[in-house]
Design a protein around this ligand. Structure first.
Ligand code: EVG
Ligand code: ZN
Length: 259
């Protein structure tokens, strides 16, 4: 059966069809501050996104994804650990069945309610498919979502669309959206080399994980959990717990831009 997050097709079995899943540079990982190397030479990262590049939002049965026009250098990420400008292709989220878990990366034992990924690729490799085969092919900015009392209004736009994409395969226009409004105040980040957290789990990602979580309300998390894995007119199967657990670090160095 197609890969997913259930007991019969979940992360423990992905390697049966996707051998890369057992590689030694897999993501996510657990980050322990005591093992992190502060690198004072790490530059700041910069995103310059064109709100006009946002196109659609869709439920693919595994996550809620916003897709951007990446046919030219329209919305790009540069700096930080990166060389060159990486094009924004899509953003999506991973979340739990309750507020106490849901993120993929775990920070000093802390699991956040959700984790938002902004996926960018390096145009020097021609196209996204080519970038997947390169160690410097893809850059993902990860933002943690923490449940609190002062939810960030910028998440509203995405969550308002949920009602239009309840079931698998549903898509809706999603335009005039600049995802940089989702960034927290601080630019502090951790970076390490890893993989896609979903099959085929290619090890082509420079991860840039923001230290400061953004806040969402418990109601907003409930909204996210109202998405379904199933298609219209199929038995309801809630889209929750679409996260891969931390993978072996295997001696990799995680650097921090901050002390
Ligand atoms: N979760 S992730 O960011 O590694 C991913 C999977 C597919 C595209 O992006
Ligand atoms: Zn992801």
């Amino acid at each position: 059966s197609v890969w997913g997050y259930d007991s019969d097709n979940g992360p423990e079995r992905w390697h049966e069809n996707y051998p890369l899943a057992k590689g030694d540079k897999q993501s996510p990982i657990e980050i322990n501050s005591k093992d992190v190397q502060h690198d004072s030479s790490l530059p700041a990262w910069h995103a310059s996104y064109d709100p006009g590049a946002a196109k659609t939002i869709l439920n693919n049965g595994r996550t809620c994804r916003v897709v951007f026009d990446d046919t030219f250098d329209r919305s790009v990420l540069r700096g930080g650990p990166l060389t060159g400008a990486y094009r924004l292709r899509q953003l999506h989220l991973h979340w739990g069945s309750s507020d106490d878990h849901g993120s993929e990366h775990v920070i000093d034992g802390v699991k956040y309610a959700a984790e938002l990924h902004m996926v960018h690729w390096n145009p020097k490799h021609g196209n996204f498919a080519g970038a997947l085969k390169q160690p410097d092919g893809v850059a993902v900015v990860g933002i943690f979502l923490k449940v609190g009392k002062t939810p960030k209004p910028e998440m509203k736009r995405i969550l308002e669309e949920i009602d239009n994409i309840k079931t698998k395969g549903k898509e809706a226009p999603f335009q005039h959206f600049d995802p940089s409004i989702l960034f927290p105040k601080s630019r502090d980040y951790w970076t390490y080399h890893g993989s896609f957290t979903t099959p085929p789990c290619e090890e082509c990602i420079t991860w840039i994980l923001l230290r400061e979580p953004i806040e969402v309300s418990s109601d907003q998390m409930a909204k996210l959990r109202s998405l379904s894995k199933n298609g219209e007119n199929e038995p309801v199967n809630p889209l929750v717990d679409n996260w891969r657990p931390p993978q072996p670090v295997k001696g990799r160095i995680v650097r921090a831009s901050f002390k």
